[in-house]
Every structure is written in structure tokens, then in C-alpha cells.
Design a protein around this ligand. Sequence first.
Ligand SMILES: NC(=O)c1ccc[n+]([C@@H]2O[C@H](COP(=O)([O-])OP(=O)(O)OC[C@H]3O[C@@H](n4cnc5c(N)ncnc54)[C@H](O)[C@@H]3O)[C@@H](O)[C@H]2O)c1
Length: 376
Amino acid sequence: MSPAPQSPMRSIIVGTGGVAGLHAAAVAAQPERAVVVAGVDIDPARAEAFAREHGLASWTTDLAAALDGRLPGRPADAPPDLAHVCTPPGTHVPLALQCLEAGVPVLLEKPPALSLAEVDRLLDASQTTGVGIGVVVQQRFGGAARRARRLIADGALGRPLVATCHTLWYRDPAYFAVPWRGRWELEGGGTTIGHGIHQMDLLLSLLGPWAEVTAMAGRLARDTATEDVSTAAVRFADGALATMTSSAVSPRQTSSVRIDTERATLELEHLYGYSDADWTFTPAPGHEDLAEAWAADGPGPDSGHDSQLAAVLDARDAGEPLPVPLADVRDTMELVAAIYASAFTGQIVRRGDIVPGHPFYERMDGTGAPWAGDGR
Ligand SMILES: NC(=O)c1ccc[n+]([C@@H]2O[C@H](COP(=O)([O-])OP(=O)(O)OC[C@H]3O[C@@H](n4cnc5c(N)ncnc54)[C@H](O)[C@@H]3O)[C@@H](O)[C@H]2O)c1
């Protein structure tokens, strides 16, 4: 028997800046299943403009009241079913903790936290309160990625052997003028945690756990405290080898993932989101029949906030945890921390090395970037 249909999910959007619009649009695309009841921002003008633009019933600067179901101009109501946290990275953990303590599940924008220590603090709070946290990693949710994940996990493609994962973006100096960008204590890091994380998280979701990394990072061309380029060589637990580059200084922008397995090459090239058409599947000689398996259930949905929100609603209907559970994204955050640790110490860093007491556990820049102290 299928579960009884639920009443529409009522959510609030906390932080009504750039990315919040993608959340509002994703909810608006599911009018039977979800509604945003309010926008919340410390800046009242932004919250009001956002509520007007997206036709929301209310807006407020008072998160505690919104979490309690008390919204300006509305009768008192039950607490919301979900809080989308879309604020700058340095505010994610305190705001998410406030939501958890109020009993409201959180859909948290990337990066979920500034450090592994903060991720673990959130995981503890989620366990103590029994309230879930999902992280926005929308690149996992395109139809082709789901198919690739299934074919790799089933063993249909044989063992993954070698992979590349590149996020080559261009962010001009004006982009970094926003006060929270380019600073370790507010953003957690630079292009690795801010941009490359999407592609790296997608690759990890396809290949499984990583084992060790050796990396380099540079602050080459932007007036920031954080890096604007990093490169890493990563060995996966099953032996596969990958190279990963994150850049904020690449004029021809592209995001790409390529995986060569024993029986096929999978390639994705796009910029900020993909459709099935952005993937190429090349079977190895003698394995041409796999092309049918690749085409079998396509075309699937595009990646994006819409696809992840649909998965959030499906999970709610099925009584499953909010996707993607923070515990699953911890592996990606640990890889990010390990890239910084390797780049700044010149050592190979293994999964499990960065634990409480390790300098890169509390801060992604650990003992400090090599260029720290040069006045920028
Ligand atoms: N998943 C994606 O593809 C994607 C894309 C862009 C940004 N992001 C992430 O989304 C987050 C927000 O990025 P953005 O570009 O929308 O930032 P933004 O600066 O455009 O907007 C942030 C908003 O949060 C508000 N705010 C700040 N502190 C607050 C607080 N304590 N309580 C309530 N509101 C507060 C600000 O007033 C602002 O309106 C970042 O973590 C960023 O990395 C994700």
C-alpha cells in the first residue's frame, strides 16, 4: 500500500540573497507538494523584496519567531517543516543549530560548515535532537549521475581505474568584494571549498571513499586571503587514482568529471548544471552492449536545486532522512580539509588523519596558508 499523501511541506528560507531564488523556484515548481511560508533575513529590505518577488505570504528578520510558527501578518501556526539555510558559510552552523534546537529540520547550503570540527558539532546536535540535516549538493541529482552511480555500484562497468575532476571557473575581482568571500574565517576557504566542492562531491558519490591525497594550492591572481587555485592527486579506497583541480581564475570556464572503468569511459562536461546531453558514454572494445544499459532509462532530469528538492519531498513521503544527509557529505568535507592540509604541509594526508587535535580539524587553513602574513 502506498503511503497516504502528506499535506504540502511548509518551509522557510533563511538568507534571501543570490542562491535563495533557486530554492524558491524549486519549491514553486512543486505547488501541490510544497510552499515557502516566509523569507527570513537580517536585512529587512532584502527579506521584503524577496517575499514580494516570490509571492511569499510573509517575511521577517526574527528567525526564532519564524521557527515557532509566528509570522508577521499571519495567524500563529505550527512550526515550519523545513528551514532552507541559504546564508553565507560562516553563519551555517549557528543558524542550523538554532533550527535543530527548535525541532525544525534543515536543508543546508554548501559548504555545510567551515571545518570538520563544525561538521561534527552539527552531526552531534542532529543526533541529540533527533532532527535531520540535508546538504545541498545538487549535482548528485541529475538522472545521468544516478544512472552512473547505479552502473558503477552494480559492477556493470567493472572496476573504476582513473578519473579527473575539474572545476575551472572565472571569478573577477568584483566577485570577491562581497564581505564574506575570500576569507578563511567567513568562507572556510577559497575555490576548493567554494566551487570545486560540487564536482568533488559528485565524483565521491560515484566512486566511494577516498583514501589519501597529495595537493598544492596557490593564491595566484586574486586579492584574497584564501586560495584561488588548487590541484590534488587522490587515491581511492578501491585503488582508483584521480586528479582534481579547482580554479577561480580560468577564463574559459568548465566543470568536468571523467571516469575510466575497466569497461567504459564516462564523461561529463558542463558549467553550473547538466542534462543527460552533457554526458558521453564510451564502451571499451568488446563491451559495446553497455551502451544500451547506459541509454536504458534516459533521458533523466537535469541536475539542480529542483531535482534535489524533488528528492527531499520523496524522502519526506517515504519517511526517509533528508537527502543528502550531512553524514554522507562529511567525506567530501574531509577530502577538502585534507587537500588544504596536504597543500600547506607538503605531506600526504590519509582519510582519518584529521581528527580532534589535528591543526586542520578546527580550521581549513590549519597552521596558516603559506602566503598568510603578506598583508593581503
Ligand atoms: N548550491 C549552489 O549551487 C550554490 C550557489 C551559490 C551559492 N551557494 C551557497 O549559498 C550560500 C549563500 O550564498 P549567496 O550567494 O546566496 O549569498 P548572498 O550574500 O547573496 O546572500 C546571503 C544572504 O544571507 C543574509 N544573511 C547573512 N547572515 C544572516 C543571518 N545570520 N540570518 C539571516 N540572514 C542572513 C544576507 O543578508 C543575504 O541576504 C553560501 O553558502 C554559498 O556557498 C550555493
